[in-house]
Design a protein around this ligand. Structure first.
Ligand SMILES: [Fe+2]
Ligand SMILES: [Fe+2]
Length: 272
């Protein structure tokens, strides 16, 4: 089987155990030099429904269970389930980048397969914590916003702008807020959750940096100015770019955001 067929197999896999196994193994084989042909296939498939639709009830984002108090096991389960779902979706986003954009340099596939492998580690880490508080992935309804955004961004330029550089970058802001909230709890599980959030944040800075790198690559290839970033995001996700309460300036800078871009996202006086 060629590289893209292997990636498709992992992408379509709906069992979390098998998906993470297949993805992690594929990345090991990639690093061992097993794949060298990245020329585009004649037929490129498109995922018609998210792989988790076999496990989770999909609902509108506004109907997703709101986080309850974090000092109960049930509250922690809802919280961990929501993050585990983002990580599970992110495995597919990494794999989908590898599969949908064929015929690119080998480095592109290394980068997004590495992202997919790290998302597997994030998911497995959260799944373990979720099991510890008595839950499992699939217990609560989920939204499919990340999958929809992925399908709507069909070119490399749009995909890199929207998925890693807009949605995953939003995760940098969210991680900081969640960390502050969990840090107020003083129990053992909270300590474990904080450890997981720190690992996720460290890796996500790198995922967003990779998004920045390939966004600039796509801009150059298509003769588009990187200044068009917000317009590209708006063309895929209308009315989504708005100023937010808290922006993780430090980590966004590390991930390759320009100060002017960060300033557009916050109402607060920003020095960067
Ligand atoms: Fe992640
Ligand atoms: Fe990520």
């Amino acid at each position: 089987m060629g590289f893209f067929e292997e990636v498709w197999g992992a992408l379509e896999e709906s069992s979390p155990k098998l998906k993470t196994e297949k993805t992690l193994k594929l990345f090991e084989r990639f690093k061992a030099g097993e794949f060298d042909d990245f020329s585009a296939n004649e037929i490129v498939n498109e995922q018609s429904k998210p792989s988790y639709s076999a496990l989770c009830e999909i609902t509108h984002p506004s109907s997703v269970e709101k986080r309850r108090r974090l000092d109960t096991n049930e509250g922690k389960a809802v919280f961990l389930h929501a993050i585990a779902h983002i990580e599970y979706s992110a495995i597919d986003l990494g794999l989908d980048a590898c599969y949908s954009f064929q015929g690119l340099p080998k480095e592109f596939y290394f980068d997004w397969l590495e992202v997919a492998a790290e998302e597997c580690e994030h998911f497995l880490m959260l799944e373990k914590l979720l099991n510890k508080v008595g839950g499992k992935y699939g217990d609560y309804p989920v939204h499919s916003s990340l999958f929809e955004a992925c399908r709507k961004s069909e070119t490399l330029l749009k995909r890199m702008a929207v998925v890693p550089r807009y949605l995953e970058a939003g995760g940098l802001d969210a991680n900081k807020k969640m960390t502050e909230k969990v840090a107020r709890l003083k129990d053992e599980t909270a300590k474990d959750i904080l450890g997981a959030l720190a690992i996720i944040l460290r890796d996500e800075i790198d995922h967003v940096s990779k998004g920045t790198k390939w966004f600039y690559y796509a801009c150059e290839k298509e003769g588009v100015s990187p200044d068009a970033y917000f317009d590209i995001v708006e063309s895929v996700l209308p009315n989504s770019v708005r100023q937010r309460e808290s922006v993780n300036i430090e980590d966004r800078l590390k991930a390759g955001f320009k100060c002017e871009e960060i300033k557009k996202l916050t109402t607060k006086e920003t020095k960067c």
